[in-house]
Design a protein around this ligand. Structure first.
Ligand code: TPP
Ligand code: MG
Length: 761
């Protein structure tokens, strides 16, 4: 980078660094005294001798940078007037506009929050309906103002996002978008192998930007590692990781040279450096990285040098914690000053032209902000929540019951006699496996993956046979990283496929919960339902395992799932219900883009009997195609019994049925057992209807006392006005589950249910 003759900032010791950065630009231009090229370059000529960037490209990039800068300045001013609600800016990072210019608007982008330059530039790639370039300023202003008219999130968050421009909005969890960016890249090339038509060109790449501090995050490491793991096996992973290195994360400095040291020599992560502070030199460097990624389909790490002026956010008064000398020195590296120097030196702009453009851009941003301030806000809860969990019951039902793929089904099962509905009643593990064969036959765009799911057929053999039936392209083992598995699922979903990721145990979902909580489940909400990442996540779950004890293989904390807005959580206690539920979950994913969690009670996988050994009471006939289960629909055993109504799910269902026999014999009560089946959202109306006719209520919850499902059930009962009904709860203790027989001290047992009923009597 050529040195900028600059000593202006030293004169300013003000508190408001945004004002100073703003003045710096003007004064820098006014005082600039460099040499001007004798003849200004034409559009297609290098902006400065030897630059890969042409004059026209420079002009546009510079305008994009100015738009980004003035959006930041505007936000700082209007925040105090309560017209803008977000002040994390892009100042110092505007060079990321080069990445936008050198990629396509159809390359899916997952962006760092400092992407104002990138967005302004990407807007040029797709003219509006009138053929003119779209206006990034108004879109951004609406987003800053949290207006309902914000085209990205509908006023729900300030996000960089755009449906037509393939920018999938990110929320604010550092690095959590990297796994899905990699997943999207993998999906782009994987699509061809399963004959899936992509929504974007087949040679697209996925772009993902983040900060230097963020590159240290475990979730970032997940993505880098998995990208390398993929490339090492010569599988395509065309992801462009753009590390925007400003040398700091809020107030913590990244050790000088760390990013280069850490990434320049990683096998299978191809490192490129670019000067993001200087358009004239940085352009060729960014170009090399982009072209490499697109051509080789290899994971590419672009280390983009940036700086950060105006603090982390509007609330970060750097002057309180950094020396003025340091601040001034950082401000002197402002890339807009360098761009101004290029503009003047090339002769493309006179000083007046430049200052006029600067002020005109400011005016444009303020006018847009004023207009945005007049636009409607989200004023009704219904509007806020509308995109969170869309549900079209009739369409979902029709899709779940759709059985027009009989030929494919027949082929997968290997003939009429082998169809599951023509088999004798079977247990849960078998019927989940059959249902998975069925839905994979039904949805050619579905993929099943996770740890050990392929040849071995999963730890509990539930997925046995699927690998053989659908081959490695659709059923495959991943590397051992739950964060990656769920990131991959989002990536496939982004590309229009229907992923069925498996998490080996519920405890290991917790390992990667952010991918569902912060990312997958929030996408519809933060994109105003413009983007969807449908999936059906299967999780081997819950306690009571005989052969394999201890907490982590018997984890009963369902709350971590129930707590996620928008997520559908279901738990089938028997094979036929599992098949019906899977059909519905696939339909929910397909029709409404929903993210679903399918909990499989491990202890019931192989359970065949209900009351006595050999009675076969927990095996059921496989439901014919065309039968599905409505979201929220429970199963009621002995509808007419009303002396005691037991609400339960999962392992609790056969337990309650057994206990009911003892209770009936001992207390002469007729006992109704209600299997909730759907744990989130709970069907409050159904629970109330069951409670209405109950003389006594028992809630049997194998989750934990303070973090289970029972609290929700009791709340529904009380809120429906049945709180006066004698009621008791049998629930797991608030502890981790120990090994061996001691586990049964912690988890509810049949005897506890009987004892609780006696206490009610
Ligand atoms: C998982 C997570 N932890 C902490 C934060 C709070 N936080 C927001 S930005 C930030 C620093 C990020 O620094 P860097 O990645 O260098 O990006 P920069 O802001 O410098 O562009 C932190 C700690 C967060 N958003 N997410
Ligand atoms: Mg940083």
């Amino acid at each position: 980078m050529t040195a900028i003759p600059f000593a202006i900032a030293a004169r300013h010791k003000g508190f408001n660094r945004a004002e100073i950065v703003d003045q710096n630009f003007t004064e820098f231009v006014q005082l600039w005294q460099g040499e001007v090229l004798p003849v200004a370059p034409h559009d297609a000529e290098p902006v400065l001798p030897g630059s890969a960037l042409d004059a026209r490209g420079f002009r546009e990039l510079f305008e994009s940078q100015l738009i980004s800068r003035h959006l930041d300045l505007m936000a700082r001013v209007l925040r105090v007037q309560n017209k803008v609600f977000y002040t994390i800016g892009s100042s110092g990072h505007e060079g990321n506009a080069m990445v936008a210019r050198l990629t396509r608007h159809t390359d899916p982008a997952f962006l760092h929050y400092r992407s104002g330059g990138f967005m302004a530039e990407r807007f040029r790639k797709l003219p509006g309906t009138d053929g003119k370039p779209r206006d990034p300023v108004m879109d951004s202003a609406l987003s800053f103002a949290a207006s309902k008219d914000d085209p990205a999130s509908g006023g729900r968050h300030k996000v960089w996002g755009s449906k037509p421009l393939w920018v999938l909005p990110q929320t604010s969890t550092i690095a959590s978008h990297l796994p899905k960016a990699l997943g999207t890249a993998v999906a782009i090339d994987h699509a061809r192998r399963i004959g899936h038509t992509l929504p974007i060109p087949h040679d697209s790449i996925a772009i993902c930007s983040f900060g230097d501090a963020s590159s240290n995050h475990a979730t970032a490491q997940t993505a880098f590692n998995a990208a390398g793991w993929t490339a090492y096996q010569k599988l395509p992973a065309p992801v462009l990781f753009v590390c925007e290195d400003n040398g700091i994360g809020i107030s913590v400095k990244t050790p000088t040279g760390w990013v280069a040291r850490n990434y320049q020599a990683r096998a299978d992560l191809d490192y490129f450096f670019a000067d993001g502070l200087d358009l004239a030199t940085g352009y060729a460097q960014v170009q090399r990285a982009v072209e490499h990624c697109r051509r080789t389909r290899r994971p590419t790490f672009l280390h983009l040098k940036t700086t950060r002026v105006m603090g982390h956010a509007g609330t970060d008064f750097e002057i309180e914690w950094r020396s003025i000398e340091e601040l001034v020195s950082v401000e002197s590296t402002d890339p807009l000053l360098r761009s101004a120097a290029i503009a003047l030196e090339s002769g493309l702009y006179s000083k007046d032209d430049l200052l006029n453009l600067y002020e005109a851009t400011r005016k444009h941003c303020f006018e847009a902000a004023d207009e945005a301030d007049r636009r409607p806000k989200l004023e009704r809860l219904d509007d806020v929540m509308a995109p969170l969990a869309p549900y079209s019951p009739a369409k979902v039902k029709a899709e779940a019951e759709r059985a027009d793929y009989a030929d494919k089904r027949l082929a997968v099962f290997g003939g009429e006699a082998k169809l599951p509905e023509n088999q004798p009643p079977r247990h849960l593990a078998i019927q989940i496996g059959q249902a998975l064969h069925e839905v994979m036959a039904k949805y050619p765009e579905s993929l099943l993956f996770g740890e050990d799911v392929a040849q071995k057929g999963g730890v509990y053999t539930v997925t046995k046979g699927l690998h053989k039936a659908f081959k490695n392209t659709r059923v495959f083992n991943t590397l051992l990283d739950e964060t990656l598995i769920l990131g991959l699922a989002q990536g496939y979903a982004n590309m229009g496929m229907l992923p069925i990721p498996e998490i080996q145990y519920l405890a290991y979902f917790h390992n990667a919960a952010d991918q569902i909580r912060g990312e997958a489940s929030s996408l519809q909400f933060f994109s105003n339902d413009q983007f969807r990442n449908p999936m059906v996540m299967r999780i081997a779950s819950l306690g009571y395992q005989k052969g394999f004890g201890g907490h982590f293989h018997n984890d009963n904390s369902i709350t971590a799932l129930r707590d996620i807005p928008g997520l559908v959580v279901g738990c089938a206690s028997r094979g036929d219900d599992a098949a019906r539920m899977l059909r519905t979950m696939m339909a929910l994913a397909k029709v409404d883009g929903r993210v679903c969690a399918f909990l499989e009670p491990i202890a019931l996988y192989m359970t065949k009997d209900l009351y006595e050994a050999g009675d076969g009471g927990w095996q059921f006939a496989y439901p014919a195609p065309g039968e599905a289960m409505t979201l929220g629909e429970g199963r009621v055993y002995d509808e007419d019994a009303d002396d005691l109504v037991v609400f339960t799910f999962g392992n609790g269902v056969p337990m309650a049925l057994r206990a009911a026999r003892t209770i009936e014999a001992e207390l002469k009560w007729k006992v109704r057992v209600v299997d909730l089946r759907w744990l989130a959202p709970l069907n409050d109306a159904f629970i109330a209807a069951q409670a209405k006719s109950a003389k006594r209520i028992l809630v049997l919850d194998e989750g934990r006392k303070s973090a289970g499902v029972g609290e929700g059930v009791i709340t529904a009962i009380v809120e429906a006005g049945f709180g006066a009904t004698p009621l008791t709860r049998v629930v797991g203790a608030d502890t981790f589950t120990p090994l061996a027989g001691a586990a049964l001290l912690v988890l509810p047992g049949e005897a506890d249910v009987v004892a609780a009923a006696r206490a009610l009597a």
